[in-house]
Design a protein around this ligand. Structure first.
Ligand code: SAH
Ligand code: DHB
Ligand code: MG
Length: 229
């Protein structure tokens, strides 16, 4: 059978866009490799998506960012660059190994001073943040256990303020979002969590939301974007 090796695909276009639009980032590339070498799953945002998050933080003028789901700190680093030297990122991670790799990576990328990694189940960390009563977050990036997306979005509203931005990763999942998932499978529960999150985004009167499908190095997925009213 004839192969279609000559036909470009979304990953090839991502490569082209990275070459044209993103400055070479050797430390960030090494950070990504360190995470993979430590056995962390390869599910971090792509480079163009990471820069998109950085630019969103800059467009929002965000100085305080909350991230749910650190992994090896790749998206965290982009967000930390987005808030600039005077800004701050609080990032929630359940797995101590992921948090350790992330701490090393944030240091290697020179942003460790503006990032606080909170180890534990994010629902507990968010409760603690509410109890601490700090300044509201300007941007909240939700990218952890999809089962809790609805709860994370509800809590993001409480931890944000009017005008804060909420971004949710992985809301399309190759189209799986269209149908309820099997609650007996992990993938099905994840889809159900994504769907609950979409329902909250669409029904909470304090939110004005949209979502964009994405293709690229990570396949077919999407980001939801909301502003708190
Ligand atoms: N934002 C990262 C990717 C995060 S992957 C990036 O794009 O670079 C999702 C992460 O969420 C994993 O590291 C996983 O361990 C973490 N996680 C899963 N359940 C969690 C929970 N209940 N609380 C906090 N973190 C959780
Ligand atoms: C998965 C999680 C993510 O945050 C992601 O961006 C891609 C995949 C996952 O758990 O399958
Ligand atoms: Mg994700």
């Amino acid at each position: 059978m004839e192969t279609s090796a000559a036909l470009p695909g979304p990953a090839d276009v991502d490569k082209y866009l990275v070459e044209k639009l993103l400055a070479p980032e050797p430390e960030m590339a090494k950070a990504r490799e360190r995470a993979h070498a430590a056995g962390l799953p390869h599910i971090e945002v792509s480079a163009v998506q990471g820069k998109f998050l950085m630019l969103l933080a800059q467009i929002a003028g965000a100085k305080r960012v909350l991230e749910i789901g650190t992994l090896g700190g790749y998206s965290t680093t982009w967000l930390a660059r987005g808030v600039g030297p005077g800004g701050h990122v609080t990032t929630c991670e359940y797995e101590p190994l992921h948090a350790r790799v992330a701490a090393d990576n944030l240091a290697a990328c020179g942003v460790e001073d503006r990032v606080d990694i909170r180890i534990g189940a994010a629902l507990d960390t968010l409760d603690a943040l509410l109890a601490e009563g700090g300044e509201p977050f300007d941007l909240i990036f939700i990218d952890a256990d999809k089962e809790n997306n609805g709860h994370y979005i509800d809590l993001a509203i409480t931890l944000g303020r009017t005008g804060s931005v909420i971004v949710v990763d992985n809301v399309v999942r190759e189209g799986a979002v269209l149908r309820p998932g099997d609650p007996l499978s992990e993938a099905g529960r994840m889809v159900n969590g994504v769907r609950q999150g979409i329902d909250v985004l669409g029904s909470n009167p304090r939110l004005d939301a949209t979502a964009l499908q994405t293709v690229g190095a990570k396949g077919w997925d999407g980001f939801a974007l909301a502003v708190i009213r």
